[in-house]
Design a protein around this ligand. Structure first.
Ligand code: SME
Length: 150
């Protein structure tokens, strides 16, 4: 179990009533990437038009710029509105490999206060099956706390 209470406290303290989406995404990406060994890529893909995700703030090696909703793990999360937890990316049909070192991945839908899907949070790990249900619970709650008020 990661020190999630501490990580969340730090992130929420940094928000300081900020409501700019990009500023919030940049802060979350930096904090999560620094805080958890095993989070080897952390970033957001934003919904920029119906059915399309474009890269947002991230930490790690370069990510691909555009992901349609019908492609990859990110597209599956955006399309279904459900978190995707993938223990073995090679076994996921249509996985988009941005870094050859990635072994497992979690993608969490991000909604604003009105409930509109505005982005997905994508975290990749070089460790197989890195993400457990407690990670999913924490990340889903964090996205709600940070972006549910904008
Ligand atoms: N693996 C993702 C693509 C984004 S990168 O990993 C940064 C996917 O299949 O959607």
């Amino acid at each position: 179990m990661q020190p999630y209470a501490e990580i969340e406290g730090r992130i929420l303290a940094l928000m300081d009533n900020e409501d700019d989406t990009i500023s919030l995404m940049a802060t979350v990406a930096a904090e999560l990437y620094q805080a958890v060994e095993g989070f080897d890529w952390v970033g957001f893909y934003r919904v920029t038009e119906p059915g399309l995700l474009k890269i947002g703030p991230y930490q790690g090696g370069h990510g691909c710029l555009v992901i349609p909703f019908d492609k990859g793990v990110c597209g599956a999360a955006a399309r279904t509105g459900e978190t995707q937890r993938v223990d073995d990316v090679d076994a996921f049909p249509g996985h988009i490999a941005c870094a050859a070192s990635t072994r497992s991945e979690i993608v969490v839908p991000v909604r604003n206060g009105a409930g509109d899907l505005i982005a997905v949070l994508d975290i990749d790990s070089d460790t197989p099956a890195f993400f457990k249900s407690d990670d999913q619970v924490f990340l889903e709650a964090l996205m709600e706390k940070v972006f549910g008020r904008i």
